[in-house]
Design a protein around this ligand. Structure first.
Ligand SMILES: Nc1ncnc2c1ncn2[C@@H]1O[C@H](COP(=O)(O)OP(=O)(O)O)[C@@H](O)[C@H]1O
Length: 286
């Protein structure tokens, strides 16, 4: 089936319904299973190591590190890490009217329309199905309650991990982000070291530096300027509450406060996800 670009013109509600129907059919074709909610009391279900079709969502502020943890987990579980921000950036790199329109929106820190995001997501699912992918860890979607409702209407999300990090480090983490223009690897040059005071614990997050061969190829995202990051954070706080509530009432939300950098947080996250007993998996994702 061809991509859904054609749907972008015309009535938005109809377009979304068509895209949703299309995602559903792709999900059915791909053999995704739709198990009942597995999240209980904020603790993820213990999974069979051979089970490979998790359908999880990662929520969290810009700069929290959801891309880093979602991608590590996707390697651990053998499912694709699908980040709508990456899909948007791929589109920005192309030429044409859509790219120009998206650049303006993204560089202002605003959200692109549901229709465009669903179109990009549908195409990503289509490509995945063609490659035999099953399951997913979604990152950056849903961003609004409407997107959460659309997703819920087409597939069963088993678990939603809400990554949280104290606000005073988020801006620094965003401004420290770097991408290798050659391999696409994500790194962070920010070195966070806040001492504890007035009973509040400190936090230490060492930089995530790239290997030597990526060093000279590092670039910064155009939307990671101070002004745009502040707008993205503002928008995130405004829109995230209803999304979190949507999943909380369905018993799917796992709140996870990041205690520090990756060395400290990763084992604790695995523990919260009941994945900590697979040592070989930990080394696979390292
Ligand atoms: N689900 C979505 N709905 C609307 N816009 C999105 C969505 N996901 C990504 N975008 C667009 O792509 C940009 C980059 O997304 P992302 O990499 O997830 O950013 P962040 O670091 O702010 O979490 C967003 O600022 C937004 O313009």
């Amino acid at each position: 089936m061809t991509a859904l670009r054609g749907l972008l013109s015309g009535n938005a509600a109809v377009n979304t319904r068509m895209a949703v129907r299309w995602i559903s059919s792709v999900a059915a074709e791909s053999g995704f299973s739709f198990p009942a909610s597995l999240a209980r009391k904020g603790v993820a279900p213990r999974r069979d190591p051979g089970s490979r079709n998790v359908q999880w969502v990662f929520l969290g502020c810009p700069g929290v590190g959801k891309g880093t943890y979602a991608s590590r987990l996707s390697r651990l579980l053998g499912v694709p890490h699908i980040a709508t921000g990456d899909l948007v950036r791929d589109e920005l790199a192309a030429t044409g009217p859509l790219s120009k329109q998206l650049t303006e929106i993204v560089n202002r820190g605003q959200l692109v329309s549901d229709e465009i995001i669903i179109d990009l997501l549908s195409k990503r699912f289509e490509d995945g199905v063609a490659k035999g992918e099953s399951g997913f860890i979604l990152d950056g979607f849903p961003r609004t309650r409407r997107q959460a409702e659309i997703l819920e209407g087409v597939t069963e999300i088993e678990l939603v991990v809400n990554l949280k990090l104290r606000e005073d480090v988020l801006l620094g983490k965003c401004l420290g982000r770097r991408i290798c223009s050659q391999c696409g690897g994500n790194f962070n040059v920010a070195s966070i070291d806040i001492k504890g005071e007035n009973g509040r614990p400190g936090i230490s997050m060492p930089p995530l530096l790239p290997p030597e061969h990526c060093m000279s190829k590092l670039v910064t995202r155009a939307d990671d300027t101070e002004e745009v990051v502040k707008e993205r954070l503002r928008l995130y706080y405004e829109l995230s509450q209803p999304v979190e509530e949507f999943y909380r009432v369905r018993g799917k939300l796992l709140e996870f406060d990041l205690p520090g950098g990756i060395p400290e947080s990763w084992p604790k996250l695995l523990q919260a996800l009941n994945l900590d007993d697979h040592d070989e998996k930990q080394s696979a994702a390292a």
